[in-house]
Design a protein around this ligand. Structure first.
Ligand code: NAI
Length: 391
């Protein structure tokens, strides 16, 4: 089978995340960049699309035009990535799924739990893939952590500690800059700022690695910059569904921290530590042993780690290659569906609409708990509280 066709919505010139998607989708030669509606300004989107090599008639002015245009083609795109601002994710993702396209949606998948449940239902009913870009779970050593937990190297997981704390909105003098202010304005950002933007990455990664879902949580949310309505810092305590305890800190006022995503897992038989800013090393401390540094690309790692590494040991792999692993998984999932066969289990690890929905339920629980002095809240989406719904 030849290359799959890929389309991008959003991710226009100067956007933060567009280049990482283009690099990720193109890296392994699995997808051809075939169509796009890249910018909220139609002419700018068309022009940029053509400069990136799209045919003029597939460099669309907006996503509705792209939906109509692609639907009419025999060689329509196989996968559409939605990399627009948050409030638009729901309607674009829904429309493309309903018209039979596979979708990779940026996080947060939706603005509400109800919308998240609707996307899950549509994806399940349509049989289309709806993935959510928790792209950091594509890192080879994150996949390896998950494999180590799953094969029992740590024994039962007692504690998981996740952080996503940066300092990029710490300047009180800049708090009214419109590019910063909207993030803390409920009219534009919804019910949560920092947790919905970054905390959900940390929570998703914790769940992914330990193979457990958040059941209950208690949150302390604060706006360290007083003019902000929504939180710029949150500390969240969690209980997972198979017994692990979680501690999660997210902040945008942690001056000196850059990206700030880190994960530590402590089990009965050992502890792991990994950080997004040094993603090629994983620290492993077996109980009663010595601290070991596991290097990405070493021989003898898990099949999940081997599948998601490309460059030889000692050369750094970074974030666009982690995104490329999500695309690699998706290419395998789409091909398996087209060929009516089972997906390679090592590729069946990409985050799905169900994960996007779980994140939204956690966002609501954090916001509600934060408003009620840390009262414990159910962190699960309503449709997953009944075990029959979680299938
Ligand atoms: P940005 O503001 O830098 O870029 C947004 C792009 O979307 C711009 O090119 C804009 O013209 C375009 N756009 C806006 N509305 C559009 C529409 N209706 N149709 C087509 N294009 C439209 O935003 P950024 O930072 O790139 O974020 C985009 C999304 O990616 C957000 O949902 C954000 O949460 C997510 N994101 C995810 C990350 C991850 O690690 N998974 C990291 C950074 C952002």
């Amino acid at each position: 089978m030849g290359k799959l066709a890929w389309g991008l919505i959003g991710g226009g010139e100067g956007s933060q995340i567009g280049p990482a998607h283009r690099l990720g989708a193109g890296l392994d030669g699995l997808f051809t960049f075939s169509a796009g509606a890249l910018d909220h300004r139609p002419d700018a989107g068309r022009a940029y699309g053509q400069r990136l090599g799209l045919a003029a008639h597939r460099a669309y002015g907006d996503w509705q035009e792209m939906l109509a245009g692609e639907q009419a083609r025999d060689d329509r795109v196989d996968l559409v990535t939605v990399a627009t601002p948050n409030a638009t994710h729901f309607e674009i993702t829904k429309a493309f799924l309903e018209h039979g396209f596979h979708v990779l949606c940026e996080k947060p998948m939706t603005m509400t739990v109800e919308e998240g449940e609707e996307i899950v239902r549509i994806a399940r009913a349509s049989g289309r893939i709806c993935a959510v870009n928790y792209g950091y779970t594509g890192y080879s050593l994150v996949r390896h952590m998950r494999a180590m937990v799953a094969r029992g190297d740590l024994g039962a997981v007692r504690l998981v500690k996740a952080e996503f704390a940066h300092g990029h909105h710490a300047d009180a003098a800049d708090a009214d800059n419109p590019r910063v202010r909207w993030r803390y304005d409920p009219a534009q950002a919804g019910i949560s700022a920092q947790f919905a933007d970054c905390g959900i990455h940390a929570l998703h990664m914790a769940s992914f690695v330990i193979g457990q879902e958040a059941e209950r949580l208690s949150a302390d949310t604060v706006s360290c910059i007083g003019s902000r309505v929504l939180e710029d810092d949150a500390m969240v305590n969690l209980r997972f569904d198979r017994g692990a305890v979680g501690r999660l800190w997210t902040s945008s006022v942690a001056i000196g921290r850059q990206h700030g995503l880190t994960l530590q897992v402590f089990g009965e038989k050992g502890g792991l530590r990994w950080s997004q800013e040094q993603p090629n090393q994983l620290y492993w401390m077996p109980l009663g042993g010595r601290l070991q540094v596991i290097e990405r690309g070493e021989t003898g790692l898990s099949p999940e780690a081997d599948r998601t590494t490309r460059v030889t040991i000692g050369h750094a792999e970074g974030m666009p290659l982690a995104f490329a692993n999500i695309y690699k998984d998706l290419a395998e999932a789409i091909r398996a569906q087209k060929e009516n066969r089972e997906i390679d289990p090592a590729a069946n690890l990409f985050p799905r609409a169900e994960d996007g929905l779980r994140s939204m339920a956690a966002v609501v629980a954090v916001a509600e708990s934060g408003k009620s002095e840390g009262a414990w809240k159910d962190a699960r989406p309503p449709m997953f509280r009944d075990p029959a719904g979680d299938s």
